[in-house]
Design a protein around this ligand. Sequence first.
Ligand code: PMP
Length: 414
Amino acid sequence: MSLFSKFAPLAAQYRQLEEAGANPFNVSFDSVLSPTEAMIKDRPVLLLGTNNYLGLTYDPAVIAKAVEATELYGTGTTGSRIANGSYDGHKQLERALAGFYNRKHGMVFSTGYQANLGILSTLAGKDDHLILDADSHASIYDGARLGHAQVTRFRHNSPEDLANRLRRLEGTPGDKVIVVEGIYSMLGDTAPLREFAAVKREYANTYLVVDEAHSLGVLGENGRGLAEAAGVEGDVDFVVGTFSKSLGGVGGFCVSDAEGFDILRVVTRPYMFTASLPPGVIAATLEALHQVQTRPGLRRQLSENANRLYNGLAALGFTVGPEPSPVVSTVMPSPEAAFAFWSRLLHAGLYTNVSLPPATPKGLALLRSSVSAAHTSAQIDHAIAMFAEAGRELGLISPARGQKQGETVFVSAK
Ligand code: PMP
């Protein structure tokens, strides 16, 4: 008996993966060479399992800003902003984010995870209701757990179910805060945001939070995300997002027009009781945000690459998510098949991700890929070829290209 005995079954499974030399949850890169290439165990691999959507991690201007700020202001702030002060960069970045989204207020957090923890745990108080899409990211669920609001889940991407839940809560005291994501990180599907916004408009004291973590810099004419693409930014009360995907850094944010927003700085524990972002990260993020606004070609390239991979894998007979997006997941028949496929792909020189329940919807085992604007079409085609070979070898697709083994067509939840 020990503190760790409760983990024994999981530990046994984990050990098995380690012993097989193929543990997707414990990969070390010897070195990373570019947004799309790295070395693992002395062998080159093509990266198809990052969230580096715009490939900005090696952008010379982004790097130069990080270096310059680090030399000027040092490596870290060594404390929280309320206890130890803000640097000019924090405020500049908050102004830049608010300006980008045409909002009055912006607040920067040390991670995207903390942005959700902070915003959701404080916006909705004891007598309020958080109404979450069932497929919400862990940070949204954890934010709900950290706060004191009553939590209701509605069926993933179902405006009808959301309306039902709100109807049932009519007449109850407290505000209602709906939380959805722009692009969902497991299957790459987008929220039916226009319909959600229409539902929200029908109910009093109801607010809409959209987590654009995977859609910032990816969707919308100006890269502001799904709300922009769907033309409903006016219905969104709070936008949450992260710097760790299209912006290539680390950190999170919330922007809003809500009056009195700044009081959140002294009531939001995941903002108050943690060190603020280092100056180099802030400066790099500011430059990356500038590039989102000035290089729309990156978004076009990303979209082209995403379509190429999605269509290529679908044509091979893989069961892919409901719509093309930079997140391209293929549904595996079991976790064991996912591990075997992942391992076979890595052996061939392709790095992807394995995603399993409870992180995935409907208990699916997924082989998750993500595309970057930095991928060349030759790299995408090479990845598809590796999928084809490994898929046939493991019997996941039929030997005749384009024919499905079984009927497992994915039906969109929308
Ligand atoms: N929200 C969503 C929808 C996410 O997918 C993630 C990360 N995968 C986060 C928030 C957390 O962001 P970060 O990793 O920057 O903390």
